[in-house]
Write a new protein. Structure first.
Ligand code: IPD
Ligand code: CA
Length: 260
């Protein structure tokens, strides 16, 4: 049975997704601003965030909010907060690529309690609650059990204009390309983690992410029986946005190769 908390999170995402689907079909009218080099925000990001914020703050007026497109909002309850990315994968969205998602996590006393990652175009709703497992459209999901790199698909972020450490990336690729069954780059870290939870990918790692990119996905992976930590093995590194995720065995195999 879903809790009232996760129900309101799903309801908020579904409501906001209607406008997103409409905007996705009319991309020629999309208003876009640049936040930094190759870092964009569209009118759809803002509208989606506003709808989610209105829904969730109506249901939980005391809760605090951390959201990609505004400053943090501190309310009476500073120990309970929603962590929201209205569109994770904005660049994909702008290019007509359907691989983007709404990501919402609920955290109480520094512990993740509930998470949803919703893909409006494929209508895939990934959900998790602490201690209750992870689900895709209400069906239980689990991380993959592959132990060998030679059978595994890896997913990561590729550095680009204004982002990431190209030299380090090239060095890591040099070491692992000959070892693995495939490497992917999707453009949505929230969906990458949701797909790890569903066993569609074996390992995800990326540096320099933000808390709203990964908070919901981290709970999805953990509740699906997987591992999500900082690249140096600590939670501090994780919440600084340097993440590695998968099943324990495959992470060990990769760490040995890359010296994590
Ligand atoms: C981005 C996506 C992408 C990751 C970037 C993020 P945004 O989020 O998660 O996969 O590589 O670092 O910024 O900007 O589309 O919300
Ligand atoms: Ca994001």
């Amino acid at each position: 049975m879903d809790s009232p908390l996760i129900n309101i999170m799903q309801k908020a995402a579904k409501k906001a997704s209607r406008g997103l689907r409409r905007d996705f079909n009319e991309l020629e009218n999309l208003q876009v601003k640049t936040k930094g080099p190759a870092n964009f925000v569209t009118a759809s990001d803002i509208r989606t965030q506003n709808i989610i914020y209105d829904e969730l703050s109506y249901a939980k007026p005391d809760w605090s909010f951390v959201m990609e497109e505004s400053k943090p909002i501190e309310n009476k309850n500073t120990k309970a907060r929603f962590i929201i990315d209205p569109i994770d994968g904005t660049t994909n969205f702008m290019h007509g690529n359907p691989n983007f998602a709404i990501s919402i996590a609920a955290e109480i006393n520094d512990r993740l309690e509930a998470a949803i990652v919703y893909s409006p175009i494929t209508d895939e709703m990934f959900t998790a609650e602490r201690g209750k497992g992870s689900f895709l459209n209400d069906k239980r999901i689990r991380v993959a059990t592959r132990k060998k790199l030679s059978e595994s698909i890896l997913i990561t972020g590729i550095p680009h204009l204004g982002r990431g450490n190209k030299e380090l990336f090239m060095k890591e690729m040099d070491m692992i390309i000959p070892e693995v069954a495939g490497i992917r780059r999707s453009g949505s870290a929230a969906l990458d983690l949701a797909w790890i939870a569903a066993g569609r990918y074996d390992i995800f790692w990326e540096r320099g992410l933000s808390i709203w990119d990964i908070a919901a996905g981290v709970l999805l992976v953990r509740e699906a029986g997987g591992f999500a930590k900082g690249i140096d093995g600590s939670d501090k590194d994780l919440w600084n946005g340097n993440i590695i995720s998968g099943n324990d065995d495959i992470i060990l195999a990769l760490s040995e190769k890359l010296g994590f």
